[in-house]
Design a protein around this ligand. Structure first.
Ligand code: MTE
Ligand code: MO
Length: 244
């Protein structure tokens, strides 16, 4: 049985689809083209008949405090050490598809061209590895929040699971995933992301430790429950939340 959709009324206001898209930064997005050249993004948005559920709306309306960013001059290009536990998978960006699925109303697959047609967010933040090193890095990419707006997580979605091409896996709490500085990054320090740093697509955020920041992400699944396998390092005893 389908649960009744939650009320659209948030603190006395009715949220229109237009407003949600404005809040999520998607309203200014250009038109994406799918492989056949047909406009994809405009179709998808016009099919968005209902705004997001209350949980997601709440997170978008009261975004968590932004973490202060660094100036570009603070970037330490050599300090970001390559930390890969299962080699570097070779992924062809021309055929790559990111799968978005799980507890969502509109599961979809997006190519790099489609992701790169979405609004680009750039940030200079500190990457902290639990092994005792840190680096100031500039990341550029798509807000995971904007991807959530496209796929419309169901009310029961509380976690997000990330599958990587090297069999690495991670699970996150939804608020951290929808934080405005949580990106699916395809650029580092102003250049296209290198394969060893997770190309074509990796997680970047100032709110989690390095091991939460999956490289080579192929699938993002919204989940009602935490999976038994919570994460590559978590399953070896490391902390699950791993907040900074
Ligand atoms: N898929 C995948 N993601 C991963 C890892 C990995 O081995 N595989 N290592 C993690 C760890 S511990 C850190 S510190 C960062 C390192 O990112 P970098 O290699 O780009 O510096 O990636 C994280 N994401
Ligand atoms: Mo790490």
């Amino acid at each position: 049985m389908q649960p009744t959709p939650p009320s659209r009324r948030i603190s006395g206001r009715i949220l229109t689809r237009r407003r949600i898209l404005q809040l999520s930064g998607l309203s200014g997005a250009g038109v994406l083209l799918n492989a056949c050249g047909a406009p994809l993004y405009s179709n998808q948005v016009s099919q968005v008949s209902e705004p997001l559920n209350q949980r997601v709306e709440g997170l978008l309306l009261r975004p968590q405090t932004p973490v202060p960013e660094y100036p570009v001059s603070a970037i330490t290009p050599d300090a970001l050490l390559i930390n890969s536990f299962n080699g570097t998978p070779q992924i062809d960006p021309a055929t790559f598809q990111l799968t978005l699925d799980g507890a969502v109303d509109r599961p979809m697959q997006l190519s790099m061209a489609e992701l790169q047609a979405m609004p680009l967010t750039s940030m200079v933040i500190r990457h902290v590895c639990v092994e005792g090193w840190a680096a100031i890095v500039q990341w550029g990419g798509v807000r995971l929040q904007d991807l959530a707006t496209l796929v419309q997580p169901k009310p029961e979605a509380k976690y997000v699971y990330f599958q990587s091409a090297d069999n690495y896996y991670e699970s996150w709490d939804l608020p951290s995933a929808l934080h405005p500085q949580t990106l699916m990054a395809y650029q580092r320090d102003g250049h296209q992301l290198a394969p060893e740093n997770g190309a074509p697509l990796r997680l970047a955020t100032p709110v989690k430790l390095g091991y939460k920041l999956s490289k080579w992400v192929t699938r993002i699944s919204f989940m009602a429950d935490l999976p038994d396998q919570q994460g590559y390092w978590e399953d070896k005893g490391y902390e699950w939340f791993a907040g900074l």
